[in-house]
Design a protein around this ligand. Structure first.
Ligand SMILES: Nc1ncnc2c1ncn2[C@@H]1O[C@H](COP(=O)(O)OP(=O)(O)OP(=O)(O)O)[C@@H](O)[C@H]1O
Ligand SMILES: [Mg+2]
Length: 248
């Protein structure tokens, strides 16, 4: 059963990008509720605002209007230090283009969010345990044989798997995944989706995944579509609602 209160909630989000005289109105009053333990896919045309939405949900950027709530509490307008701390503890990000640091090897890239979370002193005292967690995750994503490689020495699929391990190292409550399979062939893509599904089922990880790949969305709990700056009415939800009402 779904809990009544959403874990993450986007309320009436508006976002317009401005460049000189250009205005790109991307989100126009978008609402979305994400429940604990859900695995949601977000579809939408290129440029429709999917990455923008994930950035706003995870407080990497702020809406012009509207709000983001986590467990009923507004988080988009927190003082920046508090927001950074909450983001670091709550959200894991898989970015559309990996964002691995080129000078760091696989283990170091994976450990980075933990270094930020701990600060120098605590990091030093806990480094053995933290490293163990990183190695476990890298094993889980199948990268144990590439620990010392730098990103340019990894394949696309391997970089993506390193990015997934990094996104999970702080034990986030919510994983925001921007086309996690976008640069992979279909076998590697399936592998990543299976891994996300496993994390979702076994650890209750809540996932919001942007994807272009219609073959992959069948495996997720709910599919939403971004159209003209809003979430289009969800045909699955409407059908489920009709069925539920009909059986009363
Ligand atoms: N920093 C920015 N400054 C100006 N315009 C931007 C900025 N970021 C995004 N845009 C514009 O906003 C629109 C939405 O961008 P966004 O990256 O959210 O789309 P998307 O749905 O993720 O697309 P894709 O599927 O190609 O990744 C695009 O038209 C883009 O050009
Ligand atoms: Mg995008």
């Amino acid at each position: 059963m779904m809990e009544a209160n959403p874990l993450v909630c986007a309320v009436n989000l508006h976002k317009t990008y401005r460049r000189n005289a250009d205005r790109v109105e991307v989100l126009r009053g978008l609402d979305l509720e994400v429940h604990e333990g859900e695995f949601i896919s977000v579809l939408g045309a290129s440029g429709s605002g999917k990455s923008t939405l994930l950035h706003l949900l995870g407080t990497l950027d702020r809406p012009d209007e509207g709000a983001i709530q986590f467990k009923g509490r507004r988080i988009d307008n927190l003082p920046s230090q508090e927001r950074d701390r909450l983001r670091n503890q709550t959200f894991g990000f898989i970015f559309q283009f990996y964002h691995l640091l080129p000078e760091l090897n696989t283990v170091e890239n994976t450990l980075l969010p933990q270094m930020i979370a701990h600060g120098a002193w605590s990091w030093w005292w806990n480094r053995g345990e933290i490293r163990k967690r990183a190695l476990e995750l890298l094993d889980r994503v199948g990268l144990s044989h590439r620990l010392k490689h730098r990103p340019r020495e990894l394949s696309g699929g391997e970089m993506q798997r390193a990015a997934i391990a990094r996104a999970l190292v702080n034990r986030p409550r919510v994983l925001l995944a921007d086309e996690p399979t976008g640069n992979l062939d279909s076998a590697n893509g399936q592998h990543i989706i299976r891994l996300l599904r496993e994390l979702n089922r076994q650890e209750g990880l809540t996932i919001v995944m942007v994807t272009h790949n219609l073959d992959l969305v069948a495996d997720t709990d709910r599919v939403v579509r971004l159209v003209e700056g809003r979430i289009e009415a969800d045909p699955n939800a409407a059908a489920a609602f009709d069925t539920a009402m009909a059986s009363k």
